[in-house]
Design a binder for this molecule. Sequence first.
Ligand code: DLL
Length: 440
Amino acid sequence: MSTWNDPANGFHPLSAADYLPRARLEEVQLQRLRSTVALAYARVEHFRSRMDERGLTPKDVQTPADLARLPFTVKADLRDTYPFGLLACPMEEVVRLHASSGTTGRPIVVAYTQADIEVWKEVMVRAFASFGVHRGDIIQNAYGYGLFTGGLGAHYGAEALGATVIPISGGNTERQIMVMQDFGATVICCTPSYFLHLVERAVEEKIDFSRMRVGVFGAEPWSEAMRQRIQDDTGVRGYDIYGLSEIIGPGVGAECVHQVGLHLYEDHFFPEIIDPASGAVLPDGSEGELVLTTLSKRAMPMIRYRTRDVTTLIAEPCACGRTLRRIKRIERRSDDMFIIRGVNVFPSQVETALLRVDGTLPHYAIVLTREKGLDDMEVQVEVTAEVFSDKMRALETLHRNLGQELERVLGIRATVTLVEPRTLARSEGKAKRVIDKRKI
Ligand code: DLL
């Protein structure tokens, strides 16, 4: 069905799956949904026991509406089954592992069979094609390579598209700018905030952006104002790409050239929008939390995964002719996770790190700032009265230990500020830990 790799498609490979009549798409979805539920029930103890508790078997899922009878899966389920408890295939069939932040000290792990990698490649090719990226393009892939899904996800898609990939990974701004110029990159893949930082530096150094056409921006929220700034200042058209490790990585959905919402690859991922408080499924057009069920994943099928990303499903047809429904850009989450330099951070992870170090109190505040496009995170933490009254050396040791522990848990550096006892605000009810001063 998918023709993205058919040479007869010519310069702009487009996938037939993007344009399926809705009725046909829904048939494909239903068939894949039923086999996913059957696979999860047969092979994954966690899903089987959750369904058994409700007296459900895979036969109870006959229509997409029946999906709402199944329990949700949440990040904590991946933590509790760490590392391989949700695998639906023998380990020998797993060809790749990735990981993402958990809510405490441990990451969550995701696994792929070769067939899963093929699906991932396919959706990434479809995303690149919908941005007008093609064979002949030179793609500077500045998403991080490694356990993060961004680097390798974009890489495999870009290669399968037939484009030239520069696997530069994240960071090292000087080198990014040099490569951008000397290799003549026409496309860049990175977080939108990092691109802003690159632009700031490049403008200072009078770098010419005229060869670069397209930016593939995702992994963190960004605004329409930010897109306009990028497009006006550089002439690079910025496209939004969405995804999450638990579902596959980048390529769950992507904009088309009209830039009016992200088309979801509904033949591989089944979306629902729910009320985050009650869990009730909401109709198209309502704002709520996006819940996704994978339709073709084999190593780690995911049933009704609560993404915590808040958006709206748009069913109206798009001018591009794709029949895939769209989601509005994701501006916020229904939990307290924030993203800094592309890394997901939960305040509970910060707390885990702080509590591992003696001499601190569980009172802290996290201040996020953005200077010249570069995000910074400051952790203000109250010290105990004994440490406070003690010698400078004790404070310095504490300061260093906190910095090291935070970096160990989060994988990124933070500025640590020690403050006097009883100086940070206490809140009644749910504590507000994060002070986000980043503008756009
Ligand atoms: O960020 C995958 C990715 C890589 C997407 C590169 C796009 C480009 P995780 O590290 O698991 O995976 O983080 C997933 O990041 O639940 C959202 O909260 C946020 N996020 C991802 N894309 C967007 C976007 C990758 N386009 C979490 N807009 C998700 C807003 C995004 N938030």
